[in-house]
Ligand binder design. Structure first.
Ligand code: 5RP
Length: 302
């Protein structure tokens, strides 16, 4: 069968010039075969004509594009998961007989818990930074300690949203920034695990999560606008209205941009505002960052 025609049939479009040489390939009723190829049947069995057909072609193209995009996204997520898994495995090499161990919050931490379970590391005490991590441990029958306990972990694992070369972190994508900082401050080694997509030249170029007391909202709108900063209130999912943290507070995501201010300095400036509970810029806290990427795992040390 003529190659050009086969291709055209596949894409449901028959160019006029293809008619002559392809005629033999069309069977006993070439006109009908051509009409059928040019105007395929729609779902209801009607011939798709002119504009309707064009719309159909566009629709098919959009669906194909969306599918290809989804496939690419899934492939990217797969590769990020593989990168993170290798970083998690490498970081777990630090586990010896430390007890208790601290655990931050987020999907990386949940992956860490799964890998710890596989390696038989769940037979000790854990201090956790969120109810989500507590629930994850509970799924393995492990009861965790929260920050009301006086336990001080020797080793704590956590994820991060962004990491820069000075080991400044953005934390708070999961709205657990206050507890994560408290945990980081009472641990000897604070180990961060990320994939290499989270490495950035400057964390302040990305929105900074800030946990605030809801009653201070209007004051903070005034103060932050006065400083030339813009922000969005983070909206919860599965409910209407603002996200409410484990501590009953709200989170606003503040855009700082290229103001020239340093990460630690920015944290201090925002922290001084009445009603700000914590700022998701962590400077000088990470002991090491394990970064998973296609080329393997890189470890950055303070
Ligand atoms: C939660 C956090 C998380 O560590 C951060 O959002 C990274 O999450 P994930 O591991 O799901 O990418 O700061 O407050």
């Amino acid at each position: 069968m003529n190659h050009r025609f086969v291709r055209c049939l596949k894409c449901e479009f028959v160019p006029d010039g293809a008619v002559g040489e392809s005629r033999n390939a069309l069977g006993p009723d070439p006109e009908r075969a051509l009409t059928e190829a040019r105007y395929p049947l729609d779902k209801k069995g009607e011939r798709i004509q002119s504009r309707k057909r064009e719309a159909h072609v566009v629709q098919t193209w959009v669906v194909n594009f969306a599918n290809a995009f989804k496939q690419a996204q899934l492939a990217l997520m797969d590769s990020l998961r593989t990168s993170r898994e290798s970083a998690v495995r490498e970081a777990l090499g630090l586990v010896e007989d430390q007890d208790p161990i601290g655990l931050g919050s987020g999907s990386t931490v949940e992956l860490l818990v799964d890998k710890m379970a596989e390696q038989g590391f769940l037979n000790r005490r854990f201090v956790v930074a969120s109810r989500a991590t507590q629930l994850k441990l509970m799924s393995y029958g492990v009861a965790a300690f929260d920050l009301y306990s006086n336990l001080r972990p020797e080793l704590t694992f956590d994820g991060a949203d962004k990491v820069d070369p000075s080991l400044n972190l953005i934390k708070g994508g999961g709205a657990a920034l206050l507890a994560e900082r408290l945990l980081a401050e009472r641990t000897r080694s604070y180990i961060i695990v990320v994939d290499d997509q989270k490495l950035v030249p400057d964390v302040l170029m990305y929105p900074i999560p800030v946990e605030i007391e809801p009653i201070s909202y209007q004051n903070l709108v005034y103060e932050l606008r006065g400083m030339g900063l813009t922000f969005d209130v983070r909206i919860g999912s599965g409910k209407n209205g603002p996200l409410v943290t484990d501590n009953g507070n709200w989170v606003i995501d503040v855009q700082v941009g290229s103001s020239g201010i340093e990460a630690g300095e920015l944290r201090d400036v925002l922290k001084r505002l009445t009603g700000v509970v914590d700022v998701g810029v962590f400077s000088g806290l990470a002991t090491s960052v394990y970064v998973g990427g296609e080329g393997g795992v890189k470890v950055m040390h303070r």
